[in-house]
Design a protein around this ligand. Structure first.
Ligand SMILES: Cc1cc2nc3c(=O)[nH]c(=O)nc-3n(C[C@H](O)[C@H](O)[C@H](O)COP(=O)(O)O)c2cc1C
Length: 330
């Protein structure tokens, strides 16, 4: 097994879980980590929200042992707020602080944060320096290929981030304008890798062991990072971890998928500060993702919108297994 170091943080060179707001919450991170994700990153956290004592701060910033090694990810456009936000994050003892300079959503870029910072390299550098000055842990920056097709600057940007003190960079091979359309460009990740000496995390469209290996081979990146392909599929981390550990991997049966779906919902209920009915609303989309490919998936997925409790989910799982058995899928 190979390891990489981000600063002094040792990470298995397998596959990391990408930060995903409203998806990769604490329950999701704990689950993926238990399946072999080697590193996790929190959902993006507003530096201004932190400074104004947003009541969600503790929920967003708490780092449990089961998620480590883990980064807290902050965003913002103002170096001073980012510095104060980083100081608040540090009270929660993250292993790494990650700065979001890749988010494409209007609410974020219209405030000159997220990927808008790719258009203002000087400010981006000031932010890295400000966060570095108080962090005491490695600082990383996650960004995209560039703002638009006409302003692809990931290589220059990465070099500037390194110069400003970033201990690693994560690159999603799409421009901000692409949002999530088209395919992620792996060549830009390769170019970034050649341009900097800090570790490079390669991200975008990894959806299998094969495409993870391809990310390593074609870009030379130090760590692969997976987002959407883990929806209802924490098994992808097991497959990749097994490969690198030289252990046999068995794809999950339907029984296993249902068992993990229920475990996931249990984790959501355990880790959410919301009451069960509200936490179940969050759990519904996850439940639906676990049903991909099962017999009668469309109607079972519709049922997910009505789940009100873990018991409802258990009944659904039983019916899915029964339908699979009747259809000879088991
Ligand atoms: C629902 C969703 C939420 C996301 N939230 C964040 C976020 O909070 N911070 C961030 O840096 N990237 C965020 N991303 C981008 C992912 O981390 C990742 O860069 C992107 O999904 C590409 O990787 P993939 O093809 O493996 O999904 C988000 C992506 C999705 C789909």
């Amino acid at each position: 097994m190979e390891y990489i170091y981000i600063g002094n943080v040792k990470i298995k060179k397998t596959a990391a879980l990408a930060p995903m707001a409203s998806v990769a919450d604490r329950a999701y991170r704990i689950l993926c980590r238990s399946f072999g994700a080697c590193y996790t990153v929190s959902e993006l956290i507003s530096s201004k929200g932190l400074c104004y004592n947003d009541k969600k701060t503790a929920e967003l910033c708490t780092v449990t042992e089961k998620e480590r090694p883990m980064a807290l990810q902050i965003f913002g456009d103002d170096p001073e707020f980012m510095k104060r936000g980083a100081e608040i994050c540090m009270k929660y003892s993250p292993d790494i602080l990650d700065i979001n300079m890749g988010c494409p959503v209007p609410k974020v870029v219209n405030n000159n944060s997220g990927s808008a910072l790719m258009k203002d390299i000087d400010r981006a550098c000031e932010i890295v320096k400000a966060v570095k000055s108080v962090s005491g842990v490695p600082v990383t920056v996650k960004f995209r290929k560039g703002w638009s097709r006409d302003s692809v600057n990931a290589v220059e940007f990465a070099a500037a981030m390194e110069q400003a003190g970033a201990d690693a960079v994560a690159v999603h091979g799409r421009t901000k304008d692409q949002m999530y359309s088209g395919t992620a460009d792996r060549d830009i990740i390769k170019q970034v890798k050649q341009a900097v000496s800090v570790p490079v995390i390669g991200n975008g469209d990894i959806d299998s062991l094969e495409s993870c290996l391809d990310m390593y081979d074609t870009t030379g990146c130090d760590l692969a990072m997976i987002g959407r392909a883990s929806y209802g599929n924490p098994f992808i981390f097991d497959e990749i971890d097994s490969y690198f550990s030289g252990k046999p991997y068995t794809p999950p049966t339907i029984e296993k998928r249902m068992e993990v779906m229920l475990k996931h919902i249990g984790l959501i209920l355990e880790n959410s500060l919301k009451k069960e009915s509200l936490a179940m609303k969050e759990a519904r989309k996850h439940a639906a993702w676990y049903l991909k490919g099962v017999y009668g998936a469309a109607s079972f997925r519709n049922r997910c919108c009505t789940l009100e409790s873990l018991d409802d989910a258990k009944k659904l799982a039983e019916e899915v297994l029964k339908a699979a058995e009747n259809a000879g899928q088991k």
